[in-house]
Design a protein around this ligand. Structure first.
Ligand code: SAH
Length: 353
């Protein structure tokens, strides 16, 4: 089924695939025109494409869906964040979040429907994995949200983070294909410096990502200061040990302009002490990195609490002596759009009130 979807939808195809789809009957420039319509102009409908003959458009639409997601529901936060519940061709839904800021905008997109990595503090984990997203479905979220907010993806103020639902490195081939499409200068035209993929620590896939010619920046969700603590909070550690994860980070081939990012979710009384902060500094010693602290965003069924702001500040003070260290502002908590709160059901709002 996934294979079929991928073959049939236009968004998600790279130029050689479009050439193959159009076949030798069409002049060779047609595929390029179609590519430009899909990714350069980012049309929402083939009828908007004036360069293609009507008969071809008709033929394409009979056999292929355009493949952009449809809106199921939009939630607007008081802080300007918008959470989109988007419907895919098989009626499953995923979430994408738009976060406007002074001088920059961020679109947070999903890489899977649900997630198979069982992090104990994350709401998406409660869904389990339903399926991987296709490259077209990953790119489609960016095209959809950018268009909805009258943004151009190629604009330097836009950032894309693959930090929504799912573990991107467990869907690496599609994530890499989506990255090629997002960064192609003759198409969507984003800089790879403005795309970040975040992993819970799938060690062999980090190595594979490092070998890819066109790849996003890498963020690693650390969230623990010892092997044992991480095993409790992120059971994936039983398969990929913290020591192996740190070795993979040290071996990771950073580009000249790149730093590794570590995310650390602070859980009250669990991993948020000054001692934890000092251990984090030792774990990361000599790495070219920065650290983003995220105070837990609470959710129903999540057995942890948010630390007090003073605790967060104290943790940050210690880490900041060694590395750039920021506290991530919670965005859209009121609409369940913040990190670890994406859970698809439209009734989330009811749960909150
Ligand atoms: N699976 C990938 C991509 C998800 S990114 C990963 O784990 O990195 C989502 C980020 O939000 C991760 O850093 C994750 O650790 C963090 N997160 C998950 N649940 C959270 C919660 N309840 N509060 C704050 N951050 C959370």
């Amino acid at each position: 089924m996934v294979q079929r979807l991928e073959e049939l939808t236009l968004v998600g195809m790279e130029l050689p695939e479009l050439e193959k789809l159009l076949g030798p009957e069409q002049p060779s420039y047609r595929a390029r025109q179609l590519y430009d319509a899909l990714y350069g102009k980012q049309v929402a409908n083939l009828s908007e494409v004036s360069t293609l003959p009507k008969t071809l458009k008709h033929q394409l639409l009979t056999n292929n869906a355009l493949g952009l997601p449809a809106l199921e529901r939009r939630f607007d936060s008081i802080d300007g964040t918008r959470r989109y519940l988007l419907r895919l061709a098989d009626n499953r839904t995923v979430e994408a979040v738009f976060m406007p800021e002074e001088g920059r905008d961020t679109i947070c997109i999903s890489s899977q429907v649900g997630c198979p990595v069982d992090c104990k503090f994350c709401l998406t984990a409660l869904m389990g994995l339903e399926r991987n997203l296709t490259a077209g479905e990953i790119v489609g979220q960016v095209i959809y949200v950018a268009r909805e907010n009258a943004l151009r993806a190629a604009d330097a103020r836009l950032n894309v983070v693959m930090m929504g639902m799912g573990e991107p490195l467990l869907n690496l081939q599609n994530v890499l294909k989506a990255t090629r499409l997002l960064t192609d200068k003759s198409g969507i035209g984003m800089s790879p410096k403005r795309i970040t993929v975040s992993t819970a620590g799938i060690v062999p896939k980090m190595e594979e990502l490092g070998r890819a010619e066109i790849r996003p920046k890498l963020a690693v969700s650390l969230t623990a200061s010892t092997e044992e603590q991480r095993r409790h909070l992120m059971p994936i550690t039983r398969k990929y040990h913290l020591s192996d994860l740190m070795a993979a980070c040290r071996a990771y081939p950073l580009r000249a302009w790149e730093k590794l990012t570590f995310e650390y979710v602070l859980l009250k009384g669990v991993n948020d002490t000054d001692q934890d902060a000092r251990r984090v500094v030792r774990l990361l010693a000599n790495l070219n990195c920065k650290v983003n602290l995220i105070a837990l965003n609470p959710g129903p069924g999540i057995p942890f609490e948010t630390p007090d702001p003073e605790r967060v500040a104290s943790f940050q003070t210690i880490v900041r002596k060694a590395f750039p260290c920021f506290v991530r502002k919670p965005r859209g908590r009121d609409i369940f759009a913040a990190c670890g709160q994406l859970k698809r059901v439209a009734s989330d709002l009811v749960e909150l009130t």
